[in-house]
Write a new protein. Structure first.
Ligand code: NOJ
Length: 798
């Protein structure tokens, strides 16, 4: 972005100017345009994939042109996405399945905590295990490609409807979490898919609107207009980590990026992803995100989903080749990119589990239940072509429920505690609110894409393609009843009734635990940051009569919590979306079986306006290009914005209390090399980019001590401030390290070592198109949140 535009954007923000269609017609947002980058870089023939590439090349020599085309588009089949078998060469097809938190559209599977809960744990080991256990379930069902994990949306706006699928509003945190998840998938030989590349920061108008014929485009989808530096330092960052971690595939997103649809954006696919980041797998379209054949293929799209017959853009590739518009070599490269991970992870081997026929029946049932769904399950006569095998309806859950309980508790953040928690010797508790009980609408609404969600039932996951079917569910009410045993558990499970008759409880409860929620779902952005179903008013009403009110939220992100300072509200826990063990996880926190150690992976503001960035909405306009979302805030999202504008949050990024207290002693900064060049020595690009960008430049050691009286873990966080020589638009501080401690006994210490790489200590220099280490003093800050910096030091590299 030019300085002029940056200034213009900053001025607009400072003036509180809303970007409207009128601004658009004045022309300036069109400065965000996409450069074209051709040709699409082919896969490298060397590196860790070389051996499997040879196997793919052997396969390719056996295939006809039509058969190769069949591999680069989806077909009818047993899964959410399917690549058709080629019986002639004994290829049994490929099954692609959602979701980021467990196997979707399947039975006897586990619903793990959502990405946002995993992110809130700030626990690399647990995040890795989550990936590993999810992968075990995908694998045991015979699924080849998991459509997981999510780092886009990152969380530009607190209103983003899918923020909860990802790990939080910071690229470093999201990048680490993606890396760990992918490592888990790779360890179990399941292909992973990082999504949604890129700039997919809102649901509103994510797809174009069409006329009555469903074809004529009335308005193009929203265009995320992102400048080059913000792209690199914010939105691309976690994707780079995913590519470096060996993710198999990248899903391109629905919306436009700088005016061009994501799945046909040559700058982002050929240039940034395959070129700069050296991505070696396939770019797969989101479902119906493809809008062209030749242009998309040239721009770098390799796999069109869900493919023919409903999205037939790739069906005529044979013709494109005959007409000289696409080379057969490009088609072969698409096949290589799609098929290499299959061989690399040994999925061609007979040891890879067969497909559970239940997946196909599930799909068939879905098509009957929702007739508008355009895809079909495998018909009886084609069953033999696929890799189906017994047993059907396999139970793949193992003991993952225990893990879900653990991670669910680890992702809960204690926001306030006036001594109310942990409970002890409670004889009479009240459980209040419509987030407390079991699911009132069943375990799974087939397409539970819905702006509101069910009124009654604990909110354990979000809505849309990012979830699956619960095989069992432990509600908070159920878990509390179990915990209370012979004690008294009174309850009111309807917010309206709670407001009217909270006084009807007798004897007055020793504690009122209020369960409230806000539902978030694919296809909808949030319209408010208030709690659903009048939850805020209900909390205040309960607090009026109950002087020991403990509030638990189950939400996909920010709730404003305007009542947080109410004197009768003695504790608040943000329980996030913890999955199927929602009740047990929260009981572990409330009664202190688990000492809370979760930290907010986003900022909770005092006022909506504090967030600045809103969902772009040009409803009511008719201009075909009216939907422009200019990311004029640059890197100033979430805590970066609150820092830059000196806004006091209610609860800051990284914040979370414990039942004990911690101290940080000593910061020790060790510079690892004498001479540091300001740019990375050039090296051939390997996955993740120039490998020299990941060279460690400094170590930072700190020692944590449990200074309280009970055992507990915490998360020391390292925030880095770049020297003053870094250009305008540089955030005051950015997260560049975190580590969850072990559970420390009182007075026990643990030394934590952070490693900062060249990339961690650089900014993206737009003119040079390079990462550059700035000259001058870096400030290294370590603390327990982005605002609770305990110790700091400085280092100069250049
Ligand atoms: C659309 C969603 O955006 C994507 O995340 C999902 O994987 C596909 N549909 C397939 O269900």
């Amino acid at each position: 972005m030019s300085n002029v535009l940056r200034l213009h954007g900053a001025m607009l923000l400072a003036l509180g100017v809303v970007v409207t269609a009128q601004n658009v017609s004045q022309g300036w947002p069109y400065m965000f345009e996409t450069e074209e980058v051709f040709p699409s870089p082919p896969m490298r023939t060397t590196g860790v994939l070389a051996e499997s590439l040879t196997l793919v090349n052997q396969l390719i020599t056996q295939l006809t042109l039509e058969e190769k085309v069949g591999l680069v588009e989806g077909s009818d089949g047993p899964c959410g996405g399917s690549i058709a078998p080629i019986p002639r060469v004994n290829f049994k097809g490929i099954c692609l399945q959602d979701s980021p938190l467990g196997v979707r559209e399947a039975d006897f599977v586990t619903m793990f905590p959502a990405g946002i809960a995993a992110g809130a744990s700030w626990d690399r080991n647990l995040i890795y295990q989550r990936g590993l256990f999810m992968a075990e379930e995908f694998r045991a069902k015979g699924i080849n490609i998991a459509l997981s994990p999510v780092v886009g949306p990152l969380g530009r706006s607190a209103f983003g409807g899918r923020n909860w699928e990802g790990f939080g509003a910071d690229p470093y945190l999201a990048g680490v979490a993606a890396k760990e998840t992918i490592a888990g998938f790779n360890a179990r030989g399941v292909q992973s898919t990082i999504k949604h590349w890129i700039g997919n920061e809102q649901e509103t108008m994510r797809n174009p609107s069409t006329g009555p014929d469903s074809v004529t485009v009335l308005q193009e989808s929203v265009s995320s207009n992102i400048d080059d530096r913000t792209m690199h330092e914010l939105y691309m960052w976690p994707f780079a980590d995913a590519v470096r971690a060996g993710v198999s595939h990248v899903m391109c997103s629905y919306q436009r990026l700088n005016q061009t649809y994501s799945c046909q954006n040559s700058k982002s696919l050929n240039g940034l992803l395959k070129g700069e980041l050296g991505f070696q797998g396939a770019v797969m379209s989101d479902w119906f995100a493809t809008h062209s054949g030749i242009s998309s293929i040239e721009a770098g799209l390799d796999l069109n989903m869900p493919g023919s017959p409903t999205s037939p853009y790739f069906h005529n590739i044979t013709q494109f080749i005959r007409d000289g518009n696409i080379t057969e070599e490009r088609l072969d490269d698409m096949v290589r990119r799609i098929m290499t991970p299959y061989f690399h992870l040994n999925q061609h081997n007979s040891s890879y589990p067969t497909l559970d026929l239940g997946l196909n029946e599930f799909k068939a049932q879905e098509v009957v239940a929702v007739p508008i769904l355009p895809w079909k399950a495998v018909s009886a006569q084609n069953i033999e072509d696929w890799n189906f095998g017994p047993p059907k309806n396999r139970d793949v859950r193992d003991n993952h429920g225990e893990f879900v309980r653990e991670l669910g508790a680890a992702g809960a953040v204690l926001l306030k505690n006036e001594g109310a928690l942990p409970f002890s010797k409670l004889r009479n508790v009240a459980v209040i609110g419509n987030d407390a009980a079991d699911l009132s609408q069943g375990q799974f609404a087939l397409n539970n894409t819905n702006p509101v969600g069910p009124e009654f039932g604990a909110n354990a996951v979000g809505g849309g393609s990012g979830v699956g079917r619960f095989s069992y569910f432990v509600s908070p009410l159920e878990a509390i009843k179990m915990k209370m045993g012979a004690g008294l558990t009174q309850y009111i499970l309807d917010n309206k009734i709670a407001v009217e008759s909270i006084g009807s409880l007798y004897p007055p409860p020793e504690a009122c635990v209020v369960f409230v929620k806000s539902f978030t779902s694919e296809a909808y952005d949030r319209s408010t940051l208030a709690l659903d179903w009048n939850g805020d008013a209900m909390v205040e009403e309960v607090a009026r009569s109950c002087n020991n009110t403990v509030v638990v939220t189950h939400s996909g992100g920010t709730d404003l919590l305007g009542w947080a300072d109410h004197p009768n509200i003695t504790a608040i826990v943000a329980g996030h979306l913890p999955g199927q063990e929602i009740g047990n996880s929260i009981v572990d926190i409330l009664w202190g079986n688990v000492n809370p150690s979760g930290k907010l992976p986003y900022t909770i503001a005092m006022e909506v306006s504090d967030y600045g960035t809103q969902i772009a909405n040009f409803s009511g306009t008719t201009d075909i290009n009216a939907w422009q979302s200019d990311f004029v805030e640059g890197q100033y999202i979430d805590y970066r914005r609150f820092d830059a504008y000196n806004i006091t949050p209610r609860y800051e990024f990284g914040f979370g209390l414990s039942y004990t207290s911690f101290e940080l002693e000593k910061i020790d900064i060790i510079r690892l090399t004498k001479e540091v060049s300001s740019t990375a020595p050039s090296q051939p690009v390997s996955p993740g980019g120039n490998a020299a960008l990941y060279d460690p430049l400094i170590f930072v050691n700190v020692t944590v001590r449990n200074s309280g009286s009970v055992a507990g873990a915490t998360v020391p966080q390292l925030y880095l401030s770049l020297p003053n020589s870094a250009p305008a638009g540089t955030p005051l501080q950015v997260l560049r390290g975190f580590e969850k401690t072990k559970v420390l006994e009182p007075d026990e210490r643990q030394t934590i070592a952070f490693i900062l790489t060249r990339k961690d200590m650089s900014f993206w220099e737009v003119t040079a198109q390079q990462w550059r280490v700035p000259s001058g003093d870096f400030t290294v800050r370590v603390g327990f949140s982005s605002r609770d910096i305990i110790t700091r030091g400085s280092v100069t590299l250049i």
